[in-house]
Design a protein around this ligand. Sequence first.
Ligand SMILES: [Zn+2]
Length: 349
Amino acid sequence: MRTLISAKDIEDPLRGGGAPKSLPADAILTPSARDLLRDIENRQSKGAGSTSASASPAQPVKTTSKSPATEIEAFFNSPAIQTLKEQICDIGRRLWQRAYVDGNGGNIAIRLGEDLVLCTPTLVSKGFMKPADLCLVDLEGNQVAGAKKRTSEILMHLQMMKRQPKAVATVHCHPPYATGFAVAGITPPTCMVPEFEVFCAVAVAPYRTPGTPEMGKLVADLVGEYNTILMANHGVVTWSHLGAEDAYFKMEILEAYCRTVLVASQLGKPVGTMTPGQLQDLLKIKQGMGMPDPRYGLKECELCDNDEWRPGVTCAVPAKEVPAMAYDAETEATVQAITDQILARTTNQ
Ligand SMILES: [Zn+2]
């Protein structure tokens, strides 16, 4: 079996002062492991010393919704939160430039510590937000800081964060190709593009009025196994365990994928798909990166089922038929016995 190597597997011996361990020739590298190896090579060629490849984690947040108002206000205006506000504005601009949002649609949220969430305001275009427009709410949606009123859709983001504690950031928008799938109620088919398989796990939530607790619940029901949720007749919401940038990346990856699938399906030839074995390799990388996917542990033949996209095309390997044979023989005998009885009764009348 091929070994999966993550960035951690490479970093650990380095921390102890050792050399990068030699890797099996057929090892599967996660994308971050590949980047790290490239960094090490670059550093070695330049003769540099440091081995730290990732940014230092943010300070743990001590302020909660129960803290004194002055402390909450100071926290909301601190340099660390200012950086996150700028990040949200930057992502908002990218959502707007890519036409993933329309009017004042879309919203972004970042969890801060135990029960505080930084989020976008209502009635402001995501393309033109300023850091001073952002809002701070508790996990129930009560606003605790910020001059503008928080988005009404924050309740859905909060329900997702409460149900999925790993969700440190959420992004919601209306990208046209992915929303097209959501309007048609079709889960995008799988096994076509590696990035999509590794970074997104997609499900469709039924339609309910946006901003209602009912809508939030239907989405929250899916966040255990999926990080990219199509909301029927509405749009998409993603969550990430890494941050807002990663939640936004999922949106770009999903939208590019839906567009590619639509183009591929119109070119007059059956679309090519990777094999279940090839998908299995990608799922190992995905699991190593800590992302959810309902396909972990499935049999290979079940991995590339695309029932909604190509009805009738399911498992690549035929289902086991042994129990069905035994059952059929018995059923046939019973049917025969009943038929005989009916016939006998009819002839005797
Ligand atoms: Zn929306």
